[in-house]
Design a protein around this ligand. Structure first.
Ligand SMILES: Cc1cc2nc3c(=O)[nH]c(=O)nc-3n(C[C@H](O)[C@H](O)[C@H](O)COP(=O)(O)OP(=O)(O)OC[C@H]3O[C@@H](n4cnc5c(N)ncnc54)[C@H](O)[C@@H]3O)c2cc1C
Length: 239
C-alpha cells in the first residue's frame, strides 16, 4: 500500500481570505504597492525570490463583493437593487476618496425622501412620516409625525441631554464616557447598556416596533450598544 501523495499548492506570498470590499481593496493596494516603500513587503519579496509579490484572494462564494451585492429584480432589468451596502457618506473618507479620487466613479446624491415603506401591509413614502394618518402605528401624541430616526435621537437626547449640540469627535468622546442615570432602570456606562433597553425605556411599544421595522438597522436597534448607533446617526445626519 502506498501513501497518497500530499497535494502540493504553489507557494504564494500573500493570501487574502474573503472577497468583500475590504479584501478586494487590500488586494488592489498590494498589487499597486511598491515593495521598496514598505519594509514588510520588501522582505517578503526577498524571501520569495520573485520579481513581483504573488498575491492571491480566496473567496468562499461564487462572487466578489460580499455584503455589497447589486441585483436586477424580475421585471426591472434597468434598475439595480442593492441587497447590501447602498450608499456612502463623505465622512467615510477612505471609501469616498477611493470611489471619487482613485477610481473616479460617477457619484450622485442619495435621497431618502422617495424611499417606499411597506409596513403592516401599508405602502407610503418616507416623506409621509410627518402625516400620522399615513403611518400604521398607534403612536402617542408626542411621537406622532416623527421620522423613525427622530424617535431614536429624541430618546438619546432624553436620556443623555448633554449630547445635544455635540458633533464629530466631541460627540464620540462624550458618548464614550457617558453614563445613563435614569433611575431606577439604569445607572451604568452608556456603552454597557443594551440599545433596545434604552429605546424601550422611553418609547411606546408601538414606536419601538416602528423603529425596529423602519430604521433600516434592525440588528442595531435590536441589540447593539448605543455608542455605535449614536455614531451612525451622527454620520447619517451630517453626511
Ligand atoms: C443590508 C446592508 C446594508 C448596508 N448598507 C450600507 C451602506 O449603505 N453604506 C455602507 O457604508 N455600508 C453598508 N453596509 C455595510 C457594508 O456593506 C459592509 O460594511 C461591507 O460591505 C463589509 O465588507 P467586508 O469586506 O468587510 O466584509 P464582507 O462584505 O462581509 O465580505 C466578507 C467576504 O468573505 C467571504 N468569506 C467569509 N469566510 C470566508 C472563508 N473562510 N474563506 C473564504 N471567503 C470567506 C464571504 O463570502 C464574503 O464574500 C450594509 C450592509 C448590509 C448587509
Amino acid at each position: 500500500m502506498t501513501n497518497p501523495q500530499p497535494q502540493l499548492f504553489p507557494l504564494i506570498d500573500i493570501a487574502i481570505i474573503g472577497g468583500g470590499a475590504k479584501s478586494a481593496y487590500t488586494a488592489y493596494r498590494l498589487m499597486k504597492a511598491n515593495p521598496n516603500e514598505s519594509p514588510v513587503l520588501k522582505r517578503l519579496l526577498e524571501l520569495s525570490g520573485r520579481e513581483q509579490l504573488d498575491v492571491k484572494l480566496f473567496e468562499l462564494s461564487d462572487r466578489i463583493g460580499g455584503r455589497l451585492w447589486s441585483i436586477n429584480l424580475p421585471g426591472l432589468p434597468n434598475i439595480p437593487a442593492e441587497m447590501g451596502g447602498m450608499r456612502f457618506l463623505k465622512s467615510q473618507q477612505n471609501v469616498y476618496g477611493l470611489c471619487t479620487t482613485e477610481l473616479k466613479l460617477e457619484v450622485s446624491s442619495f435621497n431618502f425622501g422617495n424611499n417606499i415603506q411597506y409596513l403592516r401591509r401599508q405602502r407610503f413614502r418616507f416623506e409621509d412620516y410627518p402625516n400620522p394618518e399615513e403611518v400604521p402605528y398607534f403612536l402617542t401624541d408626542e411621537e406622532k409625525g416623527s421620522y423613525p430616526i427622530d424617535l431614536v435621537t429624541n430618546t438619546i437626547y432624553n436620556l443623555v441631554p448633554e449630547a445635544k449640540g455635540l458633533s464629530g469627535t466631541k460627540l464620540i468622546m462624550f458618548l464614550r464616557d457617558a453614563w445613563v442615570r435614569d433611575e431606577p432602570l439604569y445607572n451604568q456606562p452608556l456603552y454597557e447598556t443594551g440599545f433596545w433597553n434604552l429605546l424601550a425605556s422611553k418609547l411606546s411599544i408601538e414606536a419601538y416596533n416602528l423603529v425596529i421595522a423602519a430604521s433600516g438597522y434592525f440588528t442595531l436597534a435590536d441589540r447593539a450598544i448605543k455608542l455605535d448607533y449614536g455614531k451612525i446617526e451622527y454620520d447619517r445626519q451630517h453626511g
